[in-house]
Design a protein around this ligand. Structure first.
Ligand code: SF4
Length: 83
């Protein structure tokens, strides 16, 4: 398994900074940083970070969804209403 944390691009660090940073593993990644790297590679989907869509992280979520959209990845339109 590659070590995603050894060579982290600035863009991944940017994404990482808006994640909850709890390393809770709910997304099936070992760390939020690994999730950020995979998200950037298109190997993860933002919806897999469940904690981000809780009330506690509402501000971060809004920024993250903008970033994800700006990167050209799909953000489910009805996601907000469902969670
Ligand atoms: S689910 Fe979100 S908060 Fe939890 S480890 Fe993954 S990226 Fe981090």
């Amino acid at each position: 398994m590659p070590n995603y944390e050894r060579k982290v691009s600035p863009a991944a660090l940017d994404i990482y900074s808006w994640l909850p940073k709890t390393n809770c593993k709910q997304c099936s990644e070992t760390t939020c940083l690994a999730f950020a790297v995979k998200l950037l590679l298109g190997e993860q989907n933002i919806i897999n970070c469940k904690p981000l869509f809780t009330k506690r992280y509402e501000d971060k979520k809004r920024i993250m969804l903008n970033i994800v959209e700006a990167l050209g990845y799909e953000v489910p339109e009805d996601f907000e209403e469902k969670h």
